[in-house]
Design a protein around this ligand. Structure first.
Ligand code: BES
Ligand code: ZN
Length: 468
C-alpha cells in the first residue's frame, strides 16, 4: 500500500515554478484548438477541445471525468473527492473563445501560440484557457506520484460562456447533487493592475437586444421618394439617440429603479485604490488628450463597476459598398446591450427597454425588439471567509505584492446561478490584465501572472481547507 503524500502548498508552488516551461508548452496545445463558440464552422473544434481537456484531466489524476452533452456545446466534468471531512470547491472555467476577426490585425496567427516579451500570445490565452489551465496544473502538482489534495475539488468547464451560457443554467439545475460544493472558484477576471493581485467581489449582469426597423417593403430610389417617406436608418438613429440624455443617463423609464446605491464604505475603499487615469486610457488604447465620457456625477470606477449602462454594440443597414448608391434602405438594425448592477433583473430591464422602444416608435416604421441573452449581476460580501482566503492566497502566490478587493464591469452570469441554485459563494481569483486584449486581436497573458496565479491557487486549497 502506498501512503498518500501530503504536500504543502509551498512545496507545490515551488514545483510549479520549476516545471514552468513544460507547463507553458502544454498550454500551447490547448491554445492551438480554435474552439470559437460563436461560429458554427468551429463546432468540431469545440468538441475536440472538450475531448482534449477530458483526456488531460484523466491524465493528471482527476476522476469521473466526462464530456457531458447539453443542447449546445458540451460541459467537461471531473473531480477528486478523497479528502473526507474537508470542504469541496467547484472550479468553473470556460474553454470556448471569442472569434478572431479582424484577422489581419494579429501579429501572429491567433491559434499558433508564441511567447514574446514575457507573455503568451493566442486567442484564449487569458480568456479563459490560460486561466483555467492554472487550476489543472495545480491539481497535477498536488496529485503527482501518489499525492493528495488538501480538499475536495470538482471541475465544471463550459463551452458557451462567450455566447451567453445559454444551456448552462439548465445543466446546473439538472446536476445539483453532482455539483454540490461549499464554495465556487473562478479564474476569469483581471487584476486591478500589474503588481496589484485582486479578488473580484462584484460583476455586472447583462441583457443583450436586437432592434429591427422596417419602413418600405423594398429599397427605394432616394430621388424618387427621398424627402417624402421616413428613412428607417434615420428613424433608428433618432430612437437610439433618445435613449440617453445630455448627462449620459439612460432615459428609459424605470431603468434605474432597482439600482442599489453604492455604500459609503465601498466608495471610500475605491477612492483609496491606486486608480491611474493614464493607465486606464492606455488599457482603452485612447489617444492622448481624448477625454473620457460617462454618466454625470460618478467617477470612472463607479461608472464601470457600480452603474448600469446602455451601449450600442453594432448598427447596420443601407448601402455600405464602394462608391455611392442613392437609396433609402427598407431596413435598419442595431444590437444593444445593457450592463446591469445589483439589484437589477435582466429580464425586467430588457422588457423596459423593449417596451420603451416600441412605445416611442413613430408610425412611419415597424419596430421589432428581440432579446438575445441575459445574465444576472453578482456581489459577494467581502467578509465571507472564502473571499478572505482568496486574498491571503494571492499574497502568498505573489510575494511582496499587496492584494486588494475590486469589482469588475464584465459579466460571468454563472456566478449568480451558483449562488441561487447551489447556494454557494464564488471566489473570483483572476490574474488577467485589462490591457491583455481579451476579445481583441493579439490577446496575451503575462506568464509572470500565470505563474503567480498557479502558486496562489495552490495556497488557496490549503487555506480554504483550514478556513471553511
Ligand atoms: N472573462 C470575461 C468576463 C470579464 C471581463 C470579467 C472583464 C472581468 C473583466 C468573460 O469571458 C466574458 O467576456 N463574459 C461576457 C459574458 C456575456 C457574453 C454574457 C461579457 O462580459 O461580455
Ligand atoms: Zn470573454
Amino acid at each position: 500500500m502506498t501512503i498518500p503524500t501530503m504536500r504543502s502548498a509551498a512545496e507545490v508552488a515551488a514545483r510549479l515554478d520549476q516545471d514552468h516551461e513544460v507547463i507553458v508548452e502544454t498550454l500551447k496545445e490547448l491554445l492551438r484548438i480554435p474552439s470559437v463558440s460563436a461560429l458554427s464552422q468551429h463546432r468540431g473544434d469545440v468538441d475536440r477541445c472538450a475531448a482534449w481537456l477530458a483526456e488531460h484531466m484523466r491524465a493528471i489524476g482527476l476522476e469521473q471525468v466526462a464530456v457531458m452533452p447539453t443542447e449546445g456545446n458540451p460541459v467537461v466534468y471531473g473531480d477528486w473527492l478523497h479528502a473526507p471531512g474537508a470542504p469541496t470547491a467547484l472550479v468553473y472555467g470556460h474553454y470556448d473563445v471569442q472569434p478572431v476577426d479582424p484577422l489581419d490585425e494579429w501579429e501572429r496567427p491567433p491559434f499558433e501560440p508564441v511567447v514574446r516579451d514575457g507573455s503568451i500570445f493566442a486567442r484564449g490565452a487569458v480568456d479563459d484557457k490560460g486561466q483555467l489551465f492554472m487550476h489543472l496544473k495545480v491539481v497535477e502538482a498536488y496529485l503527482r506520484d501518489g499525492g493528495s489534495l488538501p480538499m475536495n475539488l470538482k471541475f465544471l468547464l463550459e463551452g458557451e460562456e462567450e455566447i451567453g451560457s445559454e444551456h448552462l443554467d439548465h445543466f446546473i439545475a439538472d446536476h445539483v447533487p453532482l455539483l454540490q460544493a461549499d464554495v465556487a472558484v473562478i479564474s476569469d477576471t483581471s487584476m486591478f493592475a500589474k503588481g496589484v493581485p485582486s479578488i473580484t467581489y462584484g460583476l455586472r449582469g447583462i441583457t443583450y437586444l436586437q432592434v429591427d426597423v422596417r419602413g418600405s417593403a423594398v429599397d427605394l430610389h432616394s430621388g424618387t421618394f427621398g424627402g417624402a417617406v421616413a428613412n428607417p436608418i434615420q428613424v433608428l438613429c433618432e430612437m437610439l439617440v433618445a435613449l440617453k440624455d445630455g448627462d449620459d443617463r439612460v432615459t428609459v423609464p424605470g431603468f434605474y429603479d432597482r439600482v442599489r446605491a453604492l455604500r459609503d464604505d465601498e466608495r471610500k475603499a475605491w477612492s483609496s485604490l491606486p486608480f491611474d487615469e493614464g493607465l486606464f486610457r492606455t488599457q482603452a488604447a485612447l489617444p492622448a488628450n481624448r477625454p473620457l465620457r460617462g454618466e454625470a456625477g460618478f467617477s470612472t470606477l463607479e461608472r464601470v463597476w457600480a452603474r448600469p449602462t446602455l451601449e450600442i454594440n453594432g448598427i447596420w443597414g443601407g448601402f455600405q459598398g464602394e462608391g455611392a448608391k442613392t437609396v433609402i434602405a427598407a431596413e435598419a438594425h442595431a444590437k444593444l446591450s445593457c450592463r446591469l448592477v445589483p439589484d437589477q433583473d435582466p429580464g425586467g430591464v430588457a422588457a423596459l427597454v423593449r417596451d420603451h422602444l416600441l412605445r416611442t416608435a413613430p408610425p412611419t416604421v415597424d419596430v421589432e425588439v428581440t432579446v438575445i441573452h441575459s445574465g444576472r449581476p453578482s456581489l459577494t460580501p467581502i467578509e465571507h471567509p472564502a473571499i478572505q482566503s482568496g486574498l491571503r492566497a494571492l499574497e502568498r502566490g505573489f510575494p511582496g505584492q499587496h492584494a486588494t478587493f475590486i469589482r469588475s464591469g464584465g459579466s460571468i452570469p454563472v456566478v449568480a446561478t451558483f449562488q441561487d441554485v447551489l447556494g454557494v459563494p464564488t471566489v473570483l481569483l483572476g490574474v488577467g490584465l485589462d490591457e491583455e486584449h481579451a476579445h481583441a486581436p493579439n490577446e496575451r497573458f503575462h506568464l509572470e501572472n500565470f505563474a503567480g496565479g498557479m502558486r496562489s491557487v495552490a495556497h488557496l486549497w490549503e487555506d480554504l481547507a483550514r478556513t471553511l
